[in-house]
Design a protein around this ligand. Structure first.
Ligand code: G3I
Length: 372
């Protein structure tokens, strides 16, 4: 329990765990005389109806979700869960080059405006995703013709325009995403081909020059199963530190599954924290249908395994990352119906803390379990 809640929080949880509904629980809480703080019995009639503690209240570090502007504007339950449970949001798709920069001379801020306005209304931090990636590129970039100077100018202009657009309204940004392959070498991409191997460092320098107030992240996946990719990421951080390249943090995407070992997850988090940079578990989801069984439905047993995996990840993050380096944990969207995974694997899966109707799953409780 976050110490901010002190006696009331622990008492509240102990009463709530007895399965009362919220209103009755409050009365019981008062009758039990929870904690040593004096309680005025008349408060039972004056306190408005209480609700369960939310993730954003309970967690001692920022808890985020990647969100989508169409669902924010179009789906009431989505909007409610996003605002009530989370104090950080990430743009899942709408700051990617293909969306925000559809033509060389045109930027489209429609989707990111929706998200940033939502974040500000709800006192949430917003994390930008992503400036440079090998996917989600507009056709004008994949067809771009020019010499190395023209490529460099195009690359720099994109980075600096996007990161400067919202000034300091975004707290942090993924500058480069997924530059390494599983074997730890640089992934072949148009950026590597046209800009050379030091393009990652230059992306950070350009971003910092245009907006020094935003925290800059390198974001990557697979640290929990690819030791070579983990080593490459840690080496990049050390190299940047040695050369004075401005970087603030590392994003561990953590698209994982119930079969992943806690030892592998802890190793990834521990080694990342040892860089001294901020650590963001940036795209968390936990797959349950590992064998991609056709027609799979979420069983109670698998839901419990998923709860345990969410708990293990939160616990590892909380205990292995020093508080000053905790940029937070972000789930990759909210409800199972919003996840990228089913369309990616062409299979049923249920990887998120809320179901497709935005009811809390055992995985949600797993996030809270990680605080114990
Ligand atoms: O919105 C259009 C819709 O109008 C159109 O009819 C439909 C037809 O394909 O496409 C829709 O856009 C899709 C978009 O997701 C929204 O659903 C894109 O095709 C699809 O490519 C896009 O996939 C996203 C993917 O990145 C590629 O950008 C996923 O939502 C998103 O979750 C995923 O996120 C990535 C991170 O950025 C980086 N790490 C891995 C992660 C998962 O792949």
């Amino acid at each position: 329990m976050n110490s901010r809640f002190g006696w009331f929080g622990s008492c509240w949880l102990s009463v709530k765990n007895r399965q009362f509904d919220s209103g009755i629980a409050l009365v019981v809480l008062v009758m039990l005389g929870c904690g040593s703080a004096p309680i005025d019995p008349t408060l039972t009639t004056t306190i408005p109806p209480t609700t369960a503690i939310t993730l954003r209240e309970a967690l001692p570090f920022p808890i985020g979700a990647a969100v989508n502007p169409n669902l924010i504007t179009g789906t009431v339950a989505y909007r409610q869960v996003a605002s009530k449970e989370f104090n950080s949001i990430t743009s899942e798709n709408h700051l990617k080059m293909g969306n925000v920069h559809p033509a060389q001379d045109r930027y489209d801020w429609t989707g990111s405006d929706v998200l940033l306005n939502f974040a500000e209304q709800n006192k949430q931090r917003m994390h930008g995703h992503v400036l440079i990636w090998h996917q989600s590129l507009p056709a004008w970039v994949t067809n771009f013709q020019g010499d190395s100077l023209a490529w460099e100018a195009m690359f720099k202009t994109h980075i600096q325009t996007v990161i400067a657009h919202y000034k300091d309204r975004l707290a942090s940004f993924d500058v480069v995403n997924e530059a390494f392959a599983d074997d730890g070498t640089l992934r072949p991409s148009i950026w590597l081909t046209h800009l050379g191997p030091d393009y990652i460092a230059r992306a950070f320098q350009y971003a910092h020059a245009a907006n020094p107030g935003v925290k800059l992240f390198y974001n990557e996946y697979g640290h929990e199963y690819s030791t070579k990719r983990l080593a490459a990421t840690v080496a990049l951080a050390a190299d940047f530190k040695r050369r004075g390249i401005p970087i603030d943090g590392l994003g561990l995407q953590m698209h994982t599954n119930i079969g992943q070992t806690n030892a592998n997850i802890e190793n990834a988090i521990r080694q990342t924290a040892a860089t001294g940079l901020l650590v963001h578990v940036s795209e968390l989801d936990v797959r349950v249908n590992q064998a991609k069984v056709a027609g799979y439905v979420l069983t109670a047993a698998d839901a419990q395994l998923q709860r345990q995996k969410f708990a293990s990840i939160v616990r590892a993050y909380r205990t292995l990352v020093p508080a000053a380096q905790q940029h937070g944990i972000t789930t990759w969207n909210l409800g199972d119906g919003d996840s990228w995974i089913p369309s990616f694997c062409s299979c049923q899966d249920f990887p998120l803390p809320f179901d497709k109707l935005y009811a809390k799953k055992p995985a949600y409780d797993g996030i809270l379990d990680g605080l114990k």
